[in-house]
Design a protein around this ligand. Sequence first.
Ligand SMILES: O=C(O)CCC(=O)C(=O)O
Length: 284
Amino acid sequence: MADEINHVEAVRTQGYTVLKGLIDPGTVQQLRAALQRLETEKGFGFATTRFEGLNTVRINNLLAHDELFWQVPLQPDVLAIAQHLLDRELLLSSFCSLTLGPGQQAQPMHEDTQQIPLPRPHPTLSVNAIWALSDFTEENGATQIVPGSHLLDHAPEYGRHYPSEPVIVPAGSVVIFDSALWHAGGQNRSQQRRWALSCYYCAGWMRQQENLQLGIPRETAQRFPRRLQELCGYSVYRGQWGHIDNHDPIELLGQERARPMVWEASDRRAERMAEQASDHRPAP
Ligand SMILES: O=C(O)CCC(=O)C(=O)O
């Protein structure tokens, strides 16, 4: 818990933190093998825009592709920090791979909330967890960041060069940052691929970047652990946002809803208060 608070504090003050060597080497290898298998079996290839990377393979909607990925958004240390920065009703916003091939150019500096029409700096809206599935080195395109930039009153200008520093970490580390931090994928000048996952969480009241309720087949979501179902949007924020006809969408997956809707909860609260008031009324 103390460790968790230190990481949360680091994200709040410098915009990012590193959980070094969090993921065991066996899991790292399995995740890489699953990505490689998807490329071979489903034919995923390089992205077609410069922002995504013309020498980069990005596989979106990873939860739909292999059960092995289900553990990633649920990783307890990372999820606890993200929950601390957002709240327990956070959502998974998007989940993709970031496999930078040799020759990949540096990505334009950006921040992930810059399309949201809110003045900066703003409270944390989303939190990115980049899982390093290979050592991140300056040469192979480690994520570049501008520490403290999440507190600036403006986003970077698209295409402009800014001084930044690479996050150099060993494979199995997870880099967590407030998505308002200025960052970019680095240039891959090595002969090897730089393997990574981007597991991106957002506030529960915000629209998700990927439409996971439509993108993940219902039969697949039905097999998820309940917490993963909630993270994917089978949940209701504060008992209000995301309901379907006053029902929690998790019921569509055959689950019981955990909490009453806000309207029921406020009636129950009023009834309880009336009961307490009548208990304290002096007998006539
Ligand atoms: O590849 C990276 O290290 C970062 C990628 C990224 O920030 C993005 O695609 O939004």
